[in-house]
Design a protein around this ligand. Structure first.
Ligand code: A3P
Length: 303
């Protein structure tokens, strides 16, 4: 099944989820070739749910010894987190060596639904962190991202707001339907909370220090009391804040020249949807969320 995304880029449906066609071969190749190690860390999200933030946080938490040995050499001061933590679907096709990384643990990111993750990810002892975001904010964020990047230059232009919102609510968007994506990881964490940590963007905005500690605990590298006394948790939270990351490398491109770095840092707020969407749209989403998440108590969004 094929469709075009809101900006005109082709999408294909594979095992119940929509993928951007330009990445599908690499996506499938990564399913086949990626062999997870028990020590790996996999960061998973729907696009525009806080992936960049999570990458910066996980990288800083795991590598804090090296970073703090020479704070001036912290790579986060000079590179986009996407350079430090690659997406599995961005690797060259059919080249398993691409996944070699000198660091241990290795950290990778993905937008792949839980059910479609490479077998070795689900079967190994590697850890998975998922961040989910209020679908209304996610929708607004994707829309801006597509428009700002003008990915399909030959296309007439992005679909109107109403039309794109219709498609989003029908689940026709990159790696949608969002409800199936979220509930897949939600159920996985209920089944195995030592393997999957489920975070919400909104909770992270509310108390990032708490969540940095939670991530470190989950990854098996909790902050020692000495590290806490030194204020390391607060420093990492600050280093990975929207403002700090936004100021780094704003003019470059990530993803082999496809996306502008600046487009990963727009507003970084909770509830921006209310500036862009009508009350009727919000009402429609509220009803949709109630239906789609009725089997997942606890998975709620403020609408
Ligand atoms: P907005 O478009 O609402 O501003 P992703 O990283 O998954 O591509 O998501 C991008 C969204 O996360 C954008 O949302 C972006 O501004 C926001 N973001 C990026 N870095 C952030 C950070 N350090 N803290 C909070 N939000 C951040």
């Amino acid at each position: 099944e094929q469709q075009t995304n809101w900006d005109g880029s082709p999408m294909v449906k594979y095992r119940g989820f929509w993928y951007l066609k330009r990445f599908i071969r690499q996506e499938l190749s990564s399913h086949k070739h990626f062999k997870a190690r028990d020590s790996d860390i996999i960061l998973s999200t729907l696009p525009k749910s806080g992936t960049t933030w999570l990458k910066a946080l996980a990288y800083s938490i795991v590598n804090r010894d090296t970073i703090y040995r020479d704070i001036g050499q912290n790579p986060l001061l000079t590179c986009n987190p996407h350079t430090l933590v690659p997406f599995l679907f961005m690797f060259e096709e059919n080249n398993p060596h691409e996944f070699d990384q000198p660091t241990d643990p290795r950290i990778f990111a993905t937008h792949t639904p839980f059910e479609a993750l490479a077998d070795s990810i689900r079967q190994s002892a590697c850890k998975i962190i998922y961040v989910c975001r209020n679908p209304l904010d996610q929708f607004v964020s994707i829309r801006h991202f597509l428009i700002d990047n003008k990915i399909e230059k030959d296309h007439a232009g992005p679909l109107g707001l109403d039309e794109s919102f219709d498609m989003f609510c029908e689940g026709t968007h990159p790696v949608g339907p969002f409800w199936d994506h979220m509930t897949g990881y939600w159920n996985a964490q209920l089944e195995n909370p030592r393997k999957v940590l489920f975070l919400k963007y909104e909770d992270m905005k509310e108390d990032i220090v708490f969540n940095v500690k939670k991530i470190a605990d989950f990854l098996g590298c909790p902050f020692s009391s000495e590290e806490e006394e030194r204020g390391m948790v607060e420093e990492i939270s600050e280093m990975c804040s929207f403002q700090s990351l936004k100021n780094v490398d704003r003019n470059g491109y990530s993803f082999k020249g496809i996306f502008k770095n600046s487009t990963f840092f727009r507003k970084g707020e909770v509830g921006d949807w209310s500036n862009c969407l009508t009350p009727a749209m919000a009402e429609r989403m509220k009803k949709l969320v109630e239906i789609k998440f009725q089997g997942s108590p606890g998975l709620t969004f403020k609408i």
